[in-house]
Ligand binder design. Structure first.
Ligand SMILES: [Zn+2]
Ligand SMILES: [Zn+2]
Length: 458
């Protein structure tokens, strides 16, 4: 089989892989690079311009995995678009939001490539999405008439426990198989249960490596981390300050809302409204509506009815009073410019009563990353649009990741026991750590780190 890495960058970047098996071609993921602008953020679809694809399969609805799907569908008009049933309910919302962000950036920053697709495109595309339950084998190339007579390879989605609808993808051909982890979480989160990747064997494994450069802290447990977060929130509220938790609208927001609801149930923090973004609210409702289809904890916990989640309107961002002990759960997790979290952080920055609590990764070159690296009292460049600011607020980091630990991924690789293992979706230092560990532990596995745009035979 042939596998092409279409991520345009040698870092986490945009997830997108093409696999050619039994004369059929499948694209897995159609992401967008979150830190690049315009066409440079797209996967390298150009490399496949002369080829037809039979299908596109999406692992989950985070921007770096699905954000360029309408562009991929324009390139590969014959491809069928497959995702999990849960992702099917989210995908259109995510893509419409991307259009809004791109229109905004075109206006604010003059990026003339934007939008790379329109609301009309998304509407047209949505009609072609097909949603499937986990653990159903799907013939993904049987649609193509020219292949009549050839048996189609199949694919099967496995619950990845990372965000609602997330999946690993097992592709089976006549004599070879491949498993793509997508983004995976091997531990229970507050809502979602751990990945169900049991019993998977494949000849080729494509593995995410997000946390390869994270050295585990001795004695760390998620439970202890949540206790530390609870105590930290209590402290801010008791001094009548407000808390900002920057978070992804899909996944992280709902996990945090659930944690806040449980804190309120237990009387650890007072019952009070939680301010979230409009998109966060939409996804929260979908988490509630689809609770019965999800392998989750607290199946009875309906976030929208249990919590007073109030959508913070744009106009209120600069006017809402911060002195009364409020909780804000706003996008984006890295305090990217032109987002509610960025503007709220700027308001809180110089006030020592306020607190900004990070619960996920922030790139060192993002406003969030720069803020994390700044000591109290220091003046630093927060972002090009905001300029310099002096950090006086409290800043803390809590590790509530939705990604597997690097040790859990190493164990998983051993269980799958592939012939060839491709490392992707991580910074070079993360992939390097995995390569060294895997070589030492499993000398029989061929380990590859395909460069952007390269094709490997496996
Ligand atoms: Zn993800
Ligand atoms: Zn990802």
């Amino acid at each position: 089989m042939l596998i092409a890495n279409l991520n345009p960058a040698d870092e986490i970047g945009a997830s997108s892989w093409m696999v050619e098996l039994d004369h059929c071609r499948l694209l897995m993921d159609a992401g967008m690079h979150p830190k690049r602008e315009g066409r440079a953020a797209l996967p390298l679809y150009k490399l496949l311009d002369d080829k037809d694809l039979d299908a596109i399969a999406i692992s989950h609805c985070h921007h770096d995995h699905i954000g360029s799907l309408p562009v991929a569908m324009r390139h590969f008009r014959k491809a069928h678009v497959l995702m999990t049933e849960l992702s099917y309910h989210l995908a259109g919302r995510v893509l419409h939001n991307s259009v809004n962000v791109m229109l905004h950036q075109r206006e604010d920053r003059g990026i003339s490539d934007y939008p790379l697709y329109t609301h009309d495109d998304v509407e047209e595309n949505e009609a072609q999405f097909q949603g499937f339950k986990y653990n159903r084998e799907i013939d993904w190339a049987s649609f193509s008439k020219s292949r009549a007579g050839f048996p189609s390879p199949t694919l099967e989605f496995f619950d990845a426990g990372h965000a609602l609808g997330s999946a690993g993808i097992l592709v089976r051909g006549k004599s070879q198989s491949l498993f793509f982890t997508g983004d995976v979480c091997f531990h229970d989160q507050t809502i979602l249960q751990a990945a169900r990747f049991d019993g998977i064997h494949a000849d080729v494994l494509i593995m995410e490596t997000t946390r390869g450069n994270r050295v585990p802290q001795p004695g760390f447990t998620r439970k202890k981390e949540i206790l530390r977060l609870t105590a930290a929130i209590q402290k801010v509220l008791s001094r009548r300050g407000s808390v900002l938790i920057p978070a992804f609208a899909l996944g992280r927001t709902q996990e945090l809302l659930a944690e806040l609801a449980l804190m309120m149930r237990a009387g650890q923090i007072p019952r009070q409204p939680v301010y979230i973004g409009g998109l966060g609210r939409v996804f929260t409702e979908i988490y509630d509506q689809r609770a019965h289809l999800t392998a989750r904890q607290w199946p009875d916990l309906q976030l929208t009815s249990e919590l007073q989640a109030i959508v913070l309107e744009k106009e209120e961002l600069n006017t809402i009073k911060l002195g009364g002990g409020r909780i804000f759960l706003l996008t984006a997790g890295m305090l990217t410019e032109c987002t509610p979290a960025h503007d709220m952080a700027l308001r809180m920055m110089e006030d020592p009563r306020q607190a900004i609590f990070f619960v996920g990764y922030a790139d060192p070159n993002s406003p969030g990353g720069r803020l994390k690296a700044t000591k109290p009292g220091e003046t630093f460049l927060f972002s090009p649009t905001a300029g310099k600011a002096t950090r006086r607020c409290e800043v803390q980091e809590f590790d509530l990741t939705a990604h597997a630990t690097r040790e859990a991924l190493l164990d998983f690789a051993g269980r799958v026991s592939p012939r060839v293992l491709l490392l992707g979706h991580g910074e070079p230092s993360s992939r390097q750590w995995f390569e060294e560990q895997l070589r030492a532990r499993y000398p029989g596995i061929r380990i590859l780190q395909p460069a952007p745009g390269s094709v490997v035979e496996a």
